[in-house]
Structure formats: structure tokens, C-alpha cells
Design a protein around this ligand. Sequence first.
Ligand code: UP5
Ligand code: MG
Length: 203
Amino acid sequence: FDAQKVTVVYVLGGPGAGKGTQCSKLVDAFGFCHLSAGDLLREEQNREGSEYGEMIRTYIREGTIVPSHVTMKLLENAMTGEMKKKTGDGWVDGKGRFLIDGFPRKLDQAIGFDETVCLASLVIFFNTSEDVMLQRLLERAKTSGREDDNVETIRKRFRTYNEQTMPVIEHYRTLNKVAEIDSTAAVEEVYRAACATVTNLFS
Ligand code: UP5
Ligand code: MG
């Protein structure tokens, strides 16, 4: 993808930090196309005839990272589909705007996607404590139906995040691309900070 025609913003943060919640709100305000890597993987997992269904289920249940080629292909396909539309979600002034939520989760994915698909302009990093994230996920577990919303898997997700995803954030920090937002506060308050960051990017 031509960086002149698309703007890619990565949205990172631990499990339950509020990535999805904030992305939905940013879509309305800034006309982004929101691509959640986790949602794309869950869709593929449930797609009839998918050759990756069982594999994805195993990784998600273990809180580990699905092999990069699978996730990158799903993201690329979703972006291509959106680019073909040329109107509607994700298009502002002839330029595609993508919020990529929950990806890249490890360093090789970050470097691979930046090099082969599109260079990210910004990383929004929602940061809060594990205690807060755990409480949010346990609350959501009552209704989410997500197979990874249980204490055992949540602990594994935290470990994977600390060991593999934090280095991605550090990588972008050295490139001065990270906007860190404390996501401990109420949704609306976090959103105000997120809005200010994105307004700044497009001004
Ligand atoms: N909530 C949100 N914000 C709040 C606030 N400010 N105050 C109070 N409550 C707040 O929020 C979680 C819950 O908290 C919700 O109930 C919300 O109402 C409330 P949400 O916005 O859903 O948080 P989010 O950060 O999106 O949490 P999520 O669980 O989606 O994060 P994960 O990163 O764990 O999940 P994801 O779907 O990205 O990935 C799942 C799995 O897929 C991974 O573990 C991995 O196995 C696999 N995966 C890959 O392998 N590769 C990828 O690239 C991506 C995923
Ligand atoms: Mg999410």
C-alpha cells in the first residue's frame, strides 16, 4: 500500500486495556476503518471450511500468538477489500485511514508489516495495570462468550503481552512513534486523550 494513499495507526495495549472500546469511538469521529486482528482471527476460526480454524482456536485458548503469516494475510485482505471500495468507512479526502487494533504483537510482525504492507504513522498505546485489566476481562467474561476470558488464559495472555508485545512498543518508542495514554480512567476520559492524539496526527 502506498503511504501517500493510506494512513495506518496501530493500537496496542494489554488484554482488556480498552483497545476495541476506544477504536469504535475513534471510527465515528475520524472515519477510520477499524481492523481488529483478534476479531479477524475469531471470524476466520468460525468460518466454515477454513484450514486454519482449529489452529487459531488452539493459540487463542493458550493466549499465545497465532503464526504471523495467518494474521498478516487476514489483515492484508481486509485492507485490500476496503481499498477497493474507495468510499464509505475508512476513506477521508481520498485517503484510506486504518486503525489496526491488537497488532503487531511481536517484533517480527511489526517489522514485516511495516516493510511489506504499509509503514505505520503512529502507535497508540493504552496502558493500565494488570489488576484493572483482569477486573475488566472478568466482568466482560459474563457476557462475551470469548474462550480466552477466563483467569487461567488471562494470565497467559498477560505473560505473552509482557514478553512479546512490550518489545514492539519499545521498538516504536525508539522511532518516536508512540503516543501513550493511561487507560485506567473512565471510557470518556480516555477517549478525550485519544481524540487529542489523533487530531494532532491529522493536523
Ligand atoms: N472497558 C474498556 N475500557 C474501559 C474503561 N476505560 N473503563 C472501564 N471499563 C472499560 O475492553 C475490555 C472490557 O473492559 C470491556 O468489557 C469494556 O467494556 C471494558 P476492550 O475494549 O474490549 O479491551 P481490549 O483491549 O480490546 O481487550 P481484548 O480482550 O480484545 O484484548 P486482547 O489483546 O487480549 O484481545 P485480541 O482480540 O486482540 O486478541 C485475542 C487473541 O488473539 C490473542 O491472545 C492471541 O491469541 C490472538 N491474536 C494473535 O495471535 N495475533 C494478533 O495479531 C492478534 C490476536
Ligand atoms: Mg479487543
